[in-house]
Design a protein around this ligand. Structure first.
Ligand code: PRP
Length: 181
């Protein structure tokens, strides 16, 4: 899906080129940080898939990839904070340098839970990289080690982010019209 001329879109927040350039910069920071070893990227399904593959292609260090999926009970506005793993990693992370990869951090509940939970599995190190950071919605303090963009408090779609499971495959990130959200 390449054309931004879509009725559900209010405006494009970040173009395909802007995202590509920013991902390159963040990937260079990560490659420098882990230049003496290798890294395991852990993606959180489903939203992180597009960002994770874009990031992985720009990294200059050897990487492994694994995925997990989470379920949040209640919607994010009424009952945030209860998270469980619905699909676990395929392999151990013991002794690994782990980078948790997210498409977005909002309240911080998911990221905090996963960072704490995965830390208990004995990784050599663990950090988090998120494509988007919506700090205005943060409920629990959560520092993002690597992030591409901070965004305003609007509903966004594209590059893995969905509305009712649609629009993840947009090559850009856009604000959804309020009457659609
Ligand atoms: C999104 C995102 C994070 C989480 C962040 O996932 O991918 O995992 O929400 O929200 P929080 O900071 O408020 O915890 P979502 O539940 O939308 O699932 P998806 O990745 O399958 O779209």
């Amino acid at each position: 899906m390449k054309t931004p001329a879509m009725p559900m879109i209010e405006r494009v927040l970040f173009s395909e080129d802007e995202i590509r350039e920013r991902v390159k910069v963040v990937a260079a920071e990560i490659s420098e940080r882990y230049k003496d070893g290798h890294l395991k990227l852990v993606g959180v399904l489903k939203g992180s898939v597009f960002f994770m593959t874009a990031l992985a292609r720009e990294l200059t260090i050897p990487i492994k990839m694994d995925f997990l999926a989470i379920s949040s009970f209640g919607d994010h506005s009424s009952a945030p904070g209860v998270v469980r793993i619905s699909k676990d990693l395929d392999e151990s992370i013991e002794g690994e340098d782990v980078l948790l990869v997210e498409d977005i951090v909002d309240t911080g509940f998911t990221a905090r839970y996963l960072m704490q939970h995965l830390s208990g599995r004995g990784p050599n190190s663990i950090a988090i990289c998120s494509m988007l950071d919506r700090t205005t919605r943060r409920i629990v303090p959560m520092q993002i080690d690597f992030r591409c963009f901070e965004i305003p408090d609007r509903f966004v779609i594209g590059c893995g982010l969905d509305y009712n499971q649609l629009y993840r495959n947009l090559n850009f990130i856009a604000v959804l019209k309020p009457d659609k959200a």
